[in-house]
Design a protein around this ligand. Structure first.
Ligand SMILES: Cc1ncc(COP(=O)(O)O)c(C=O)c1O
Length: 345
């Protein structure tokens, strides 16, 4: 019998998210969540909403939330798109900007979801290898794709690329360049101004990291109105639910709270990076809420297993380019002290 499942789905190697253990005692340093609570304004909004409001569909175009985001970036509301997590927006970019036989580009290693989204959409991939030290190589002149995902700061390597090469590439590219800025609030620079200036560059952001709201699934894109309008055409009717719109708006209006948490995480990051270097680890200069490191005395796989036995989850990617490294999310100081103590044990 022939299969009822589409062939590309049969062949698909699905995205593997980091483990979400049921046991609350586990120290979770594996999915780059924020260890600190979201703004008290989010709690207040949650109390205010009430279940009766949930009888009604949400605003299909997230008007009030987009107005708040537009104010934050000093742009027009038509330059803002909201999605069910930035992951949804990445998938919609393929739907909106890549023809059936087109290809998407990205650096390798970067966010491992991109090739999965390409396989689901049955479009090709044209990855560009990062240099052995994970820096960005010059992009060949003849390289052009209808859609390029430039993760900045990069994940899982934690490094920040200056904006000049991104601008240069976008300016000579025929296609759309999406700068995936999931971690940018932990970094020293961003490409928001570029997105508002260039006709073919979008920036995507998430509420999952700096805003401590991974559970509500909210991301946004800013940039050229024509590109943003194309995303609206291909989205599901009600892609961002009513609760998420309200809570996201409360969070974005309290920049002070988000920035305070971010500063704390950056301080902890720098302290832990120094402590790891003192222990002989190779630690990359992170501009994110995680560290990319190579253990000194054992393989990454062994250390991953040893930490797991002690109830500390970190992330190990088994691809040849990444298998010697671990990605460790920055938790509270207490979490990170437990992590360092486990290394010393
Ligand atoms: C580079 C990158 N982009 C996007 C995302 C997804 O963010 P969201 O939770 O908004 O879907 C992640 C999540 O880990 C990420 O690492």
């Amino acid at each position: 019998m022939t299969s009822r499942i589409r062939k590309n789905v049969i062949d698909l190697a699905a995205y593997v998210p980091g483990e979400q253990p049921a046991n609350a005692d586990v120290i979770k340093l594996n999915t780059n969540e924020n260890p600190y609570p979201a703004s008290p304004a989010v709690q207040e909004a949650l109390r205010r909403i009430g279940s009766d409001a949930l009888r009604l569909y949400p605003d299909p175009v997230c008007t009030r939330l987009r107005e708040s985001i537009a104010r934050l970036h000093g742009c027009d509301v038509e330059q803002v798109f909201c999605g069910n997590g930035s992951d949804e927006i990445l998938a919609l970019c393929i739907r909106a900007f890549v023809e059936t036989h087109g290809k998407i580009g990205f650096f390798d290693p970067s966010y491992s979801l991109y090739p999965v989204l390409a396989a689901i959409a049955e479009v090709g991939t044209a990855p560009l290898a990062l240099a052995p030290d994970f820096s960005w190589p010059p992009i060949p002149d003849r390289y052009d794709v209808p859609l390029f995902f430039w993760t900045n700061p990069n994940a899982p390597t934690s490094l920040l690329c200056p904006s000049e090469p991104i601008r240069d590439f976008a300016e000579r590219s025929e296609g759309v360049v999406v700068v995936d800025e999931a971690y940018v609030d932990f970094a020293a620079a961003d490409c928001a101004a570029l997105a508002l200036a260039l006709p073919n560059l979008l920036v995507t952001r998430t509420f999952s990291k700096s805003y401590s709201l991974a559970g509500i699934r909210l991301g946004y894109a800013i940039g050229n109105k024509e590109l943003i309008a194309a995303l609206f055409k291909v989205k599901d009717a009600y892609n961002v639910n009513r609760l998420t719109q309200e809570l996201g708006r409360a969070a974005v209006q309290d920049q002070g709270h988000m920035q305070g948490n971010t500063r704390r995480i950056v301080e902890t990051r720098e302290r832990v990076a120094r402590a790891l270097r003192d222990r002989g680890f190779e630690v990359y200069p992170s501009q994110t809420n995680f560290l990319w490191l190579r253990p000194a005395q054992e393989t990454a796989e062994t250390l991953f297993g040893r930490l797991r036995e002690r109830g500390i989850l970190v992330r190990h990617f088994t691809d040849p380019r990444t298998k010697e490294y671990l990605r460790v999310t920055i938790g509270t100081d207490e979490h990170m002290n437990a992590f360092l103590a486990a290394l010393d044990a």
